[in-house]
Write a protein that binds this ligand. Structure first.
Ligand code: BEZ
Length: 227
């Protein structure tokens, strides 16, 4: 039996809920908000908290990078739209862009309904009233509205947005080609042919050639190609 039999959440490959929510850009229906784009939803423990402020400022600075990849950004925190709007001014000041609007909306999940539905609450972090705060979730959603990636950090650890962009590059590449990206891969580096692809098809699919690393087992499973 599962240790958390009633724990909600969402698994890779599942359709992301088409929730409705109030945001700093008005009320949205999530699938309409995404349109045909990829999406990233990142949650925050609360407004006016130090780590969250640094994260949102960094995300704001990277707007063009997400745009380049066709990824729509949206944040979530458990405070009100009004709090989000006021906090956004601090965030943009921290990003050295005081007076500019935050370039993506923030969802106001005051009743924590969405946070519960998506399994985002961190039981170890609570506000003054004893209510649990949201963890730092990252959800990447594909154009088919299915969950492609989830990462869950506790409230006390800020995310690495370079890694998030790197992962999106891998997700988008591996959605198109029968490859997988090895440890610490960065765009432009060699990728690996997926194990399910027979050698005969791999040679035809990858015009730059496939190289195989010899292993003590004699098994030829480390196949590289350059995309
Ligand atoms: C923060 O964003 O700084 C934070 C929020 C909740 C717990 C710990 C840190």
């Amino acid at each position: 039996m599962s240790r958390y039999p009633t724990m909600p959440g969402i698994l890779l490959g599942e359709l992301f809920p088409n929730f409705e929510a109030d945001t700093t850009s008005g009320r949205i229906k999530f699938h309409d908000f995404l349109g045909d784009s990829w999406g990233i939803l990142f949650s925050h423990p609360a407004d006016y908290t130090p780590v969250c402020t640094t994260e949102l400022a960094r995300a704001a600075k990277l707007t063009d990078e997400f745009k380049k990849r066709g990824v729509k950004m949206i944040a979530l925190s458990i405070d009100s739209v009004e709090d989000h709007k006021n906090w956004s001014k601090d965030v943009m000041a921290y990003a050295n862009e005081a007076g500019s609007p935050l370039p993506f909306p923030i969802i106001a999940d005051e009743k924590r309904e969405l946070s519960v539905q998506l399994g985002m609450l961190d039981p170890d972090e609570r506000n003054k009233a004893g209510l649990p705060l949201t963890a730092r979730c990252v959800f990447v959603i594909g154009p088919d509205k299915k969950l492609k990636l989830s990462i869950l950090y506790p409230a006390t650890t800020g995310r690495n947005f370079d890694e998030i962009l790197r992962v999106i590059d891998s997700l988008q590449l591996t959605a198109q080609k029968k490859v997988a990206t090895p440890v610490d891969w960065k765009p432009g580096e060699k990728v690996m042919v997926v194990p399910s692809l027979p050698d005969s098809e791999a040679t035809a699919l990858f015009p730059n050639g496939v190289t195989t690393k010899e292993m003590p087992s004699g098994k030829k499973y480390l196949r590289y190609t350059q995309i």
